[in-house]
Design a protein around this ligand. Structure first.
Ligand SMILES: Nc1nc2c(c(=O)[nH]1)N[C@H]1C(S)=C(S)[C@@H](COP(=O)(O)OP(=O)(O)OC[C@H]3O[C@@H](n4cnc5c(=O)[nH]c(N)nc54)[C@H](O)[C@@H]3O)O[C@H]1N2
Ligand SMILES: Nc1nc2c(c(=O)[nH]1)N[C@H]1C(S)=C(S)[C@@H](COP(=O)(O)OP(=O)(O)OC[C@H]3O[C@@H](n4cnc5c(=O)[nH]c(N)nc54)[C@H](O)[C@@H]3O)O[C@H]1N2
Ligand code: SF4
Ligand SMILES: [Mo]
Length: 799
């Protein structure tokens, strides 16, 4: 008899609730969960392929360990023994800075990725942290860090209530949204237009999102910062700026006009290749809209002036008075995040507290640019990286110059990959630790609830029990923490010795990994109970720990975070004077919450949101389709962590960057530049192995405008050689007027033709690795983010 089980989809940031059909231990179907409080039944083709992805025969089932140069199947015990023998030895001989941690995108889609990497980094004792953020959203973290004092305080467009959305460099019709978690983003955009709102899309390609818009501007790639600066300039010059209530919380408003003086619409028009009148008109419309939100993503981040563009997005939200107000751009308040703190000065955000060894790149958010990983491995000397752990990362395809990184990884003394596939990157590992398929893992969105357009909380337990011989990814990470610490015994207690299907917490074999979670819990409770501002001040931490529920270490940690969080029950210790708000589980039943979309926490301001909402793991488990916590609310000034306690509108590092942008006004733009694109059935580098998601229009073609094609002698279906800083590639040509002139588009995540990978479907249609065109030298300097969009290329036809 088939049964059903719920699982939050981990395949993109939309976090849709899925209803899986399960026969035996196999997922045979997936549909949208109509009762999900957030996604209300939405699903896309990737979610629908959940079963096929789960069952991919190329997925690794056992750890692999390198013996005599070859990766061979091994037991978990052998795998962790190899790690415990190798990594501590490298640290003893060369010091902790000879190790590195590389974290890829799916870490934000797993519970393990949220709960363990910081512990692992501490256990390694290294400053060598490289993540997908410096190939992605780091400019936004930097701008938020500088503006608000907290790199995670990223305002999210209030999609469901705004009257005007200015969307730059994002294509949510394909990506389903990013740093704006919104299941059914397409439906929400259509609803915006249906209620009379306006959608303006800025993208050098006429994307499916652009086709939905009232207006599409197709500027020259890389020019967003100039366009945004001109919009801000126009608001100031034409006295349209109206920050309203924000003025009280903002420093630097007076200095802004001078800082932006050069960026008139007329001055930026040639570089943007947009008419100045159109820029002025857009500024006026933005100012006139009752509410509006400006939102920029990949196309405004992974570009030369990514941090400036990210900053200007919020400058516009502030100048128009739309920051932190309904219909504008608001700060979410996630259930498992920290309780709001009282307003006041904070620690601020510092950049460049240390520098990378070889090129001297400044540290950003304790990370170094992933584009600099190769040189840190290759270059001899003290601090040369010799041992590396890669978790859910495929930088050989996702970062600049994969060929160089490929060679660098091959030269490491020791490498560990935590990855379900033997792919372009993991093939270099000495040990590969495969996580189970998603149906066998529990899920809560620690990362994306912090960027969601609605506050809500959902948790799904594993839909299918762990297969015999599998380890949960949380346990894989916890054991890794122990193994790199050279902890004796960690290897001996392996899952191989455990009966199939038994749960981690109930077997003696799991004692060691559970101790990792135990330690984190103890520390958190010790900190909380000794903090005079906490409602738990003076409580006995051991007693509180004994109150935690959950079947495993990660569940107990989730329980702790929910209970201490903004809607948490605070273990019943909250200030009795505080406004207790509504009881989220009791006041509204889940059916009603789902259908009416009504808030279950009645409070509206920051102070009251900090009052008891009664959340705990038990409460969340009692609501399998989630608990709606209401629309986003104003959170200023509570979110501010700048030294002044106010918004720093013109922070020094930004002011120091503006001359570089001013210089761009005079530069002659390259004749032809390349941008990327995403396809609804793709996911970066790792879904090309699922037949249901490949083929059709999801192909690695170079899109070229008909005029450029004619000029360069390129034909649709023919081939072209693309050349840039880092090398050249031969790719099939697709002639289409969906790209503007002077721009070609090639998607990333392809190039599955390397020996030693085990991707039988993907390798049949390998495509070309666009990032081979880069040499890693083009960065947005403030954030260390690689320039992946808008770099110059040359094209020649291949006969
Ligand atoms: N040219 C160009 N390059 C780009 C981009 C672009 O737009 N253009 N986009 C950039 C962006 S935004 C990003 S985020 C990066 C992404 O690049 P990466 O961070 O390298 O991520 P992926 O390519 O998605 O590779 C993810 C890896 O995780 C593995 N994996 C999948 N599921 C799991 C799991 O549950 N657990 C574990 N442990 N592993 C898992 C996959 O097998 C794969 O090896 O690429 C960047 N590169
Ligand atoms: N189907 C699918 N969904 C995904 C992913 C995937 O690979 N496939 N990846 C996930 C990840 S890791 C991320 S980070 C998100 C990204 O989510 P989005 O930011 O929505 O990503 P893209 O679809 O790459 O959209 C970027 C757009 O920027 C445009 N662009 C390029 N250069 C410029 C420029 O200089 N200026 C402007 N204004 N636009 C420019 C491109 O033409 C493109 O349409 O998507 C996530 N969702
Ligand atoms: S939109 Fe994203 S989260 Fe929703 S089903 Fe598709 S891949 Fe999964
Ligand atoms: Mo990303």
């Amino acid at each position: 008899m088939p049964r059903t089980a719920l699982r939050i989809c981990p395949l993109c940031e939309a976090t849709c609730g899925l209803t899986l059909t399960i026969e035996g231990a196999t997922v045979t179907g997936a549909r949208g969960d109509r009762d999900d409080v957030f996604s209300q039944g939405f699903i896309c083709p990737k979610g629908a392929a959940f079963g096929a992805l789960d069952a991919d025969p190329d997925r690794l089932r056992t750890p692999l360990v390198r013996r005599d140069g070859r990766l061979q199947e091994a037991t978990w015990e052998e795998a962790y023994e190899a790690i415990a023998a190798a990594i501590p030895a490298v640290v003893r001989e060369y010091g902790p800075q000879s190790t590195a941690l590389v974290l890829g995108n799916p870490n934000v889609h797993t519970m393990a990725g949220a709960l363990y990497p910081s512990l692992l980094l501490k256990a390694l004792g290294t400053r060598n942290l490289f993540t997908a953020s410096t190939l992605d959203q780091m400019p936004k973290h930097v701008s938020s860090g500088l503006l608000f004092g907290d790199p995670f305080a990223i305002p999210v467009p209030d999609l469901d209530r705004t009257d005007f959305l200015l969307l730059l460099g994002a294509n949510p019709m394909e990506s389903n949204g990013s740093l704006c978690t919104a299941p059914d983003f397409p439906g929400r955009l259509k609803a915006l237009r249906a209620r009379g709102g306006t959608l303006v899309v800025v993208d050098p390609r006429r994307t499916r999102t652009a086709r939905l818009a009232d207006r599409h501007l197709a500027p020259r790639p890389g020019s967003d910062a100039l366009l945004l600066a001109a919009l801000a300039h126009t608001l100031l010059e034409e006295k349209l700026a109206a920050p309203g209530a924000l003025e009280k919380w903002t420093e630097g408003l007076g200095e802004l006009p001078a800082a932006l003086a050069s960026f008139t619409p007329e001055a930026v028009a040639p570089a943007c290749d947009l008419p100045a009148a159109e820029i002025r008109a857009l500024a006026r419309e933005l100012a006139a809209a009752p509410t509006a939100a400006v939102y920029g993503r990949i196309g405004s981040c992974t570009v030369e002036y990514g941090t400036l563009a990210s900053w200007l997005v919020d400058v516009l939200n502030i100048l128009t008075g739309n920051l932190d107000r309904p219909g504008g751009a608001l700060f979410p308040l996630p259930a498992a995040g920290p309780r709001p703190r009282p307003a006041g000065p904070g620690k601020g955000f510092a950049l460049g507290r240390w520098r990378s060894r070889v090129s001297g790149h400044p540290e950003v958010k304790s990370e170094l640019p992933t584009a600099a990983l190769s040189e840190e491995i290759e270059t001899p000397g003290e601090g040369q990286i010799r041992a590396l752990i890669a978790i859910a990362a495929n930088p050989v395809l996702s970062a600049p110059d994969g060929r160089r990184l490929d060679a660098a990884l091959a030269g490491l003394d020791f490498m560990v990959s935590v990855d379900p596939y033997l792919n372009e990157t993991s093939r270099h590992a000495h040990v590969v630790l495969p996580p189970p398929p998603p149906a066998q893992s529990a899920h809560h969105d620690f990362a994306f609830n912090g960027f969601a357009v609605r506050n809500q909380v959902r948790y799904t337990r594993a839909a299918v029990p762990l297969e015999a011989g599998r380890l949960d990814e949380c346990e894989i990470h916890a054991r890794l923490v122990l193994a790199v610490s050279g902890m004796p015994g960690s290897a001996a207690q392996a899952a191989a010795t455990r009966a199939p299907g038994t749960r981690a917490a109930t077997t003696p074999a799991a004692a060691a990994p559970a101790a990792v979670d135990e330690l984190v819990t103890q520390r958190a409770l010790a900190k909380e109970t000794s903090d005079p501002r906490s409602p738990l001040h003076g409580q006995d931490p051991a007693r509180l720990a004994s109150l935690l529920t959950g079947e495993s270490g990660p569940e107990r940690r989730l329980d702790l975070m929910l209970r201490l969080g903004p809607y948490g029950d605070q273990f019943g210790c909250a200030d009795p004077e505080a406004d207790r708000g509504a009881d989220p589980a009791g006041s509204t039943d889940e059916g009603a919450a789902g259908s009416t979309g009504e808030s279950v926490v009645g409070s509206t301001d920051e102070g009251a949101a900090g009052s008891v909402g009664g959340l705990s793991l038990e409460r969340v488990l009692a609501h399998p389709h989630g608990i709606d916590l209401g629309p986003l609310r104003s959170r200023l000034p509570g979110v501010l962590r700048t030294r002044s306690g106010r918004i720093d509108l013109l922070p020094d590092p930004i002011a120091a960057e503006l001359p570089r942008l001013r210089a761009a006004l005079a530069e002659r733009p390259a004749a032809l530049v390349l941008v990327g694109r995403r396809h609804l059935r793709s996911n970066n580098s790792w879904l090309h192995n699922v037949p249901a998601l490949t083929g059709g229009s999801n192909r690695c073609t170079l899109q070229v405008h008909p005029e450029d094609a004619a000029r360069l002698g390129l034909a649709d279906g023919g081939r072209a050689r693309v050349t840039a800083d880092g090398g050249s590639l031969e790719v099939p040509v697709e002639v289409t007027d969906t790209v503007r002139t002077g721009v070609v588009s090639l998607p990333h995540g392809w190039g599955h033709d390397r020996a030693g990978a085990r991707l039988s479907v993907a390798s049949a249609e390998p495509g070309a690795n666009v990032n081979q065109l880069l040499d890693g030298s083009r960065l947005d300097p403030l954030s260390g983010t690689a320039v992946l969009n808008g770099f110059p290329v040359e094209l020649t036809p291949v006969p």
